[in-house]
Design a protein around this ligand. Structure first.
Ligand code: XMP
Length: 342
């Protein structure tokens, strides 16, 4: 694609010009925007970029390893993986209110990132691939995967109703607090352009066309108190659901049900119900499956997934995930329900 090739060459030149021989830090989340920003900046300045990946322990199955394989393994970028799951789960113990959970996760995320960034700013924290230590000169730039719709939203030109209902924890004011200059190479791009850029930069389509995932992660998909054991069950149920969505092709369109839905996930319900397995009675937890179709996430319809797919998915979850004995499908649209359950 010539147009995209020209765009990349131009963007790379601009980043090199702006950064010179200085060092850049970027917070990698595994989401589309920060991933594409990282790939683009890495293309431009290589080892002058250090990515910080804060693993809050509320990611999906194997997600942390996949991010590391992609960026440290395949792209050979410098990535620091901070395993902060004990910290997050510790602070979340006993907390049941959804907004309280969001605030705690958002605050800890900023704290952990700031601590890593401060080390890098001082030039004493860089290591490649998360192991072999190597000092960096000291960072002066903070890169963010801000895209055009984010710019418009924070400028107040667009009403952002969702934020008044649920607080999002996308970080503001960090560069000032850290005394770093901002580098935002995706500021002029729309989401579909960011995706095309990601593919052109060699990121896998599964990563670039992934459904959105909220910053607080499984923290808002485990209703009420977040526990490690609940997160482990939910991760496995969710992975089965996503696998079935990817593998079930709609004959009418030739597309997978993953691509036909805008967002799909499992939710952990901390209630127990009675079941029967073999000769025995079970008394285990419930998961709800949620799949929606939407163009703007402000309104959404529940997806009319094929019954055969739902049947296979529930059968697999109940058989493969010991501890879950009942699966339900959420048939609520937004409004009045929201997409997430918290
Ligand atoms: P709701 O549940 O409000 O979700 O219908 C609309 C979209 O926003 C996402 N969402 C979040 N994203 N932090 C995020 O980064 C959050 O706290 C948060 N809460 C909801 C949700 O996944 C959906 O795409």
């Amino acid at each position: 694609d010539w147009v995209m090739g020209d765009y990349i060459a131009e963007a790379v030149a601009r980043i090199r010009e702006q950064v010179g021989d200085e060092e850049v830090i970027l917070g990698l989340s595994g989401g589309v925007d920060s991933s594409v920003a990282a790939a683009l900046i890495h293309r431009a300045i290589g080892d002058q970029l250090t990515c910080v990946f804060v693993d809050h322990g509320l990611l999906r199955l194997n997600e942390g390893d996949m991010v590391m394989d992609m960026f440290a393994g395949k792209l050979h970028a410098k990535v620091i993986r901070v395993d902060a799951s004990d910290l997050f789960l510790g602070e979340l113990a006993g907390v049941t209110d959804p907004e309280q959970k969001r605030k705690i996760i958002g605050r800890l995320f900023v704290d952990v990132f700031k601590a890593e960034a401060a080390k890098l700013k001082a030039g004493d924290g860089g290591h490649k691939g998360g192991d072999e230590s190597r000092a960096v000169k000291g960072a002066t730039f903070l890169a963010q995967g801000t895209i055009y719709p984010d710019v418009v939203e924070s400028g107040g030109t667009k009403t952002k109703k969702a934020t008044t209902i649920k607080s999002h924890h996308n970080v503001g004011g960090l560069p000032e607090q850290l005394g770093l200059k901002l580098l935002e190479p995706l500021r002029e791009l729309f989401k579909d352009e960011v995706r095309a850029l990601g593919v052109a930069l060699g990121l896998p389509a599964e990563m670039v066309y992934r459904h959105p995932f909220p910053g607080p992660g499984l923290g808002v998909r485990i209703l009420g108190e977040v526990k490690q054991s609940y997160a482990d069950l939910l991760r496995r149920a969710d992975a089965i659901f996503i696998e079935e969505l990817r593998n079930t092709i709609d004959p009418a369109t030739g597309k997978s049900w993953y691509d036909l839905t805008s967002q799909a996930f499992a939710v952990f319900l901390p209630v127990k119900s009675v079941g029967v397995m073999g000769d025995g009675r079970t008394y285990d937890y419930v998961v709800a499956l949620r799949a929606v179709q939407t163009s703007d996430f402000m309104t959404a319809d529940w997806a009319e997934l094929p019954y055969s797919m739902l049947k296979r998915t529930s059968g697999r979850i109940i058989n493969e995930v010991r501890g879950i004995n009942r699966v339900t499908y959420d048939v609520s649209s937004k409004p009045p329900a929201t997409i997430e359950w918290e």
